[in-house]
Design a protein around this ligand. Structure first.
Ligand code: ATP
Length: 639
């Protein structure tokens, strides 16, 4: 007999017993006292009976009340359990194509409602643990949240399951409001939050809430957070989706690396069968080029290793077996930094799964969302848990309107943090530029444009290099950009013939040749690097003194990224662009970028016109998409 049945029967038995008692009582009342019984005895009997009836009734009511309460508690417990299971385990189930479609569809109203409902009913993480110094967190690491920290800003658990909860520190609380306002104004920080949360920028590293990671002093070589770090960290550490737009070389890598590692360090690793050969990453960072992926991997890896987390880099043009072995060695790797093509291959093979991903980053986000990569990104983010159950961050120096809608389809109420004067130069108070100057080059880069005859470009390049490397500057690093691979080969040979120490990096080279060229340039054994746009974005090469554009890039965004290889981390830099009549479609947008950065606009350039044309090249994006040369039958694109 089941417990339920047993319970039902005993309830039934009780009821019939109660009914029998009631019948007996009723009979007595109906019959009334007999003639022979004295009146007082009769009254006494009735009184007793009434008292008993009352007691029975009270008892019954009390029992019913208790049953109701128990039932309610059981229901609540069940709901909470379901919710916890969903947050902890359901990620596994939510992979594949339909998620992928959902990720790019506008967020349905019910989704939002559901999210709100969940965050209300979600049990709060054990806040006492977090605020008690030296208590132990879920991961078993000592939890070092300081006792003087204010209550968590985000209150409930982060939606991606991390127990890390951002708390504005007492030290930051104590900063006078005028100082905060002054900082925001001086650094030209604009925060647009659809949820209207006001969080102060973290102006000092000491204003960050303490953690195991920070106790290892990862920022010892820096004096203060850069503006994008200061303004975005409070939101990203709170578990919010963030779009960060800041000039080249302004520390965007650390802006996403810190919340990524904090988030993973504070959440338990989902368990998988030892027999399972699949690598289940918990964070994924997607980069447009192999070299950038490697660089980002190095930065993330050094931060992650401080708290015992591992990171693996997956990119094309290198041995898959070696990368598979790395994945196995790192027990799946907590963080995967990858180029889209290789990641897609590993996903298709089943040796990588993104179903545990709680933190996803698109570095150089506008590039990743452009036509060349759009489908790959849909597939990759579609293989992660839905946007409501992961945290998604996007960072870039350029944010063209064409990708904004798509970006928001992958995110939930993203906070947009913009650094720079684009709001002054024709934008509204939300940081949304209204057309003219939304694109901003690093203001510490001196930009020079020379309008030249196309036939004299290479000769002029040789002169410029000679001038730039005169005397004590003979070892200065100079980056020379070409548009086409064949052009890069020709320019490299031209310079070699003139005795210039030069290397090159472009898509027609094998990956080991590309890596060698970059290493030689970084080490200073070659002082000139001829590159296509494969080197335009993200590469952080120390001490590049000058960037020369031999041929203008396909888009004005690429121009901003190319020249951004100099003037990094607060340093000054110089860029010279050889502009010919073939590039005249770009004159308007180039003039705007020059003016916004208070740079001289030559009359010869003005002659080509100031009208900003729509993006002139439809295949923008396909040009410097890395192609795995080891694959057979692949159509090789030119960059
Ligand atoms: N708080 C900081 N203070 C000083 N330097 C920093 C700080 N944070 C990062 N850096 C350094 O600044 C340099 C540029 O950083 P990073 O490569 O992240 O720039 P970025 O904004 O991503 O540039 P890009 O737009 O070109 O990709 C790096 O060498 C990095 O170590």
């Amino acid at each position: 007999m089941s417990a339920g049945k047993k319970h039902a029967r005993s309830e039934g038995e009780e009821q019939s017993a109660r009914s029998a008692k009631k019948l007996k009582t009723t009979a007595v009342i109906e019959n009334g006292p007999t003639e022979s019984e004295p009146r007082s005895v009769e009254a006494e009997k009735k009184k007793k009976k009434d008292k008993k009836d009352k007691k029975d009734k009270e008892k019954k009511e009390k029992k019913e009340k208790k049953e109701k309460k128990d039932k309610k508690e059981r229901k609540e417990k069940k709901e909470n359990k379901q919710l916890e299971d969903e947050v902890a385990g359901d990620r596994k189930a939510s992979t594949t194509a339909d998620t992928e479609i959902a990720a790019v569809e506008p967020q349905p109203q019910s989704d939002k409602k559901e999210k709100k409902k969940k965050s209300k009913s979600k049990p709060e993480p054990e806040s006492s643990d977090r605020s008690t110094p030296n208590s132990t967190g879920q991961d078993g690491l000592p939890n070092e949240r300081a006792a003087d920290q204010a209550p968590a800003v985000n209150g409930a658990a982060q939606r991606n399951g991390a127990s890390y909860s951002y708390r504005q520190t007492a030290a930051l609380d104590a900063v006078p409001e005028e100082e905060i306002q002054e900082f925001l104004k001086k650094q030209e920080i604009v925060v647009a939050d659809p949820c209207g949360t006001k969080l102060r920028p973290v102006t000092q590293f000491s204003h960050l809430p303490s953690s195991t990671l920070l106790s290892k002093k990862p920022f010892a070589s820096f004096t203060a957070p850069t503006p994008i770090q200061a303004a975005s960290w409070p939101f990203s550490l709170s578990g919010r989706d963030v779009i960060g737009i800041a000039e080249t070389g302004s520390g965007k890598t650390m802006a996403f690396a810190l919340p990524c590692v904090e988030s993973l360090a504070s959440s338990p690793k989902p368990k998988h069968s030892k027999k399972d050969k699949t690598a289940f990453a918990r964070a994924v960072v997607v980069s447009p080029t192999r070299e950038l992926a490697m660089q980002t991997h190095a930065a993330l890896s050094s931060l992650a290793s401080l708290v015992g987390l591992s990171a693996v880099c997956l990119y094309g043009g290198a041995s898959k077996d070696d990368q598979r072995a790395l994945l196995r060695r790192n027990a799946g790797a907590d963080i995967i930094v990858a180029t889209p093509g290789r990641l897609k291959d590993f996903l298709a093979e089943g040796c990588v799964s993104l179903s545990d991903v709680m933190f996803a980053v698109l570095d150089e986000a506008d590039r990743m969302l452009d036509k060349g990569f759009e489908d790959d990104i849909k597939l990759i983010l579609g293989s992660c848990p839905p946007r409501e159950r992961r945290q998604t961050l996007m960072f870039t120096a350029t944010w063209p309107t064409s990708v904004r809608g798509l970006a928001e389809g992958f995110m939930v109420d993203p906070v947009k943090v913009t650094i720079g004067s684009r709001t002054r130069a024709g934008g509204d108070e939300n940081g949304e530029a209204n057309g003219t100057v939304e694109l901003q080059a690093n203001s510490r880069i001196e930009q020079k444009v020379e309008v030249v005859d196309p036939r004299g470009k290479e000769q002029r390049l040789a002169e410029l290099l000679r001038e730039a490397q005169k005397g004590s500057a003979k070892n200065d690093r100079i980056l020379v950009f070409c548009l086409y691979k064949k052009e890069a080969v020709r320019v490299e040979q031209f310079l070699q013939k003139r005795g210039i120490r030069v290397a090159s990096i472009h898509g027609d080279l094998r990956q080991d040749q590309r890596t060698r060229s970059l290493e030689a340039f970084k080490a200073g054994t070659t002082t000139v690097l001829v590159a296509t746009d494969v080197a335009a974005r993200g590469l952080d090469i120390p001490e590049v003194k000058l960037v020369i554009n031999v041929t203008f890039p396909l888009t004005i965004e690429d121009y901003v990224h190319r020249i951004g290889r100099t003037g990094r981390a607060g340093k000054a830099g110089k860029a010279i662009t050889l502009f010919t009549e073939h590039d005249k479609a770009h004159s308007g947008s180039l003039i705007n970028v020059l003016r916004a950065a208070n740079q001289p606009v030559p009359d010869e350039l003005l002659k080509f016109g100031t009208t900003v044309k729509k993006k002139t090249h439809d295949t923008y994006g396909a040009f410097f998409k890395d192609v795995d040369m080891s694959k057979k039958g692949t159509k090789i694109t030119f960059d």
